[in-house]
Design a protein around this ligand. Sequence first.
Ligand code: ATP
Ligand code: MG
Ligand code: FE
Length: 352
Amino acid sequence: LLLLGIETTCDETAAAVVRRRADGTGAILSNIVHSQTEDHAEYGGVVPEIAARAHVEVLDHLVARALRAAGLRLDEIDGIAAAAGPGLIGGVIVGLTTAKALALAANKPLIAVNHLEAHALTARLTDKVPFPFLLLLVSGGHTQLVAVTGIGEYEKLGGTMDDAIGEAFDKTAKMLGLPYPGGPAVERAALQGDPERFALPRPLHGKPVPDFSLSGLKTAVRIEALKIAPLSEQDVNDLCASFQAAVVDILADRVRCALRLMRHQGLKPSALVLAGGVGANQSVRRALHKVAADGGTRLAVPPPELCTDNGAMIAWAGAERLARGLHDGLDASPRARWPLGEIEGVGAARAA
Ligand code: ATP
Ligand code: MG
Ligand code: FE
């Protein structure tokens, strides 16, 4: 199966072509990402209206480039996938409407993909990860631990009670005067910092349910920063290193808890899958590699450029669904909010 994938839920406009072979393995034929970071930089965050307009400006061109780079014409594609949510609704409408027009023009099936399911399934494109697996989804808008038993079969074990982890990185960066997006900036600064200089809290450590709470950690960074202001470059580096060390400890503890829960449910995870933008962080990857091994499984994580938003993950999720007979009508709705638990799965398709 050859799938075209379109991603426009946030501040990346992206298009890609992916192949899924009958044996379930995949290959990326093209993957083009246009980041709007510069359009939003002066505001310190994503401005929805600017994002939607920027998607409109570049999307047609990106789709044409993705097809050309794959060496394919539109009529050689088997399905058109677009992220239909969750995300900023203006951008979602742009991507989904474009996909509908292409599907109608080429008479191909449309697959309205959940952006979170796409993050979750990316590891199956780059690696061999049979069901069930434990998913740690850590992105700009989401922080969840999920038992994944099939396409569309997601049981949430725990989630954040306040901020997402990516959001905590972004807010910490902003507070310390580092550029947006905050994750990569904090990681770079942390490389030069002392992770033990500041004693920061690890909220919910040891709790039997794998939930997260980040707002106390963020506040603790603020308090430490105020105590020693004005901040030198070394102070900023040390605060970043201490913050990142706390995040890594929190993730490790919560994942251990989720692995125990899954075992109690009689599920043996084939892997711990790390997904979403925070998965690009090298300290997080290193720590979870060890947690997975100690927990009797292994870490499966896509390369950093496939952890953050991209078109290949949408195309791949579309391929996984189309391969199981799941596709959508041209009346599919864009959705600002769309939890993983509300995705139609294979069971529902069989029943229908
Ligand atoms: P969602 O997927 O929840 O809708 P999103 O699409 O905006 O949100 P992603 O693109 O998956 O999120 O990830 C972006 C987030 O990842 C940002 O918060 C960013 O700071 C964070 N991030 C990116 N790279 C790194 C890194 N190296 N270290 C830590 N965080 C990172
Ligand atoms: Mg983004
Ligand atoms: Fe995302």
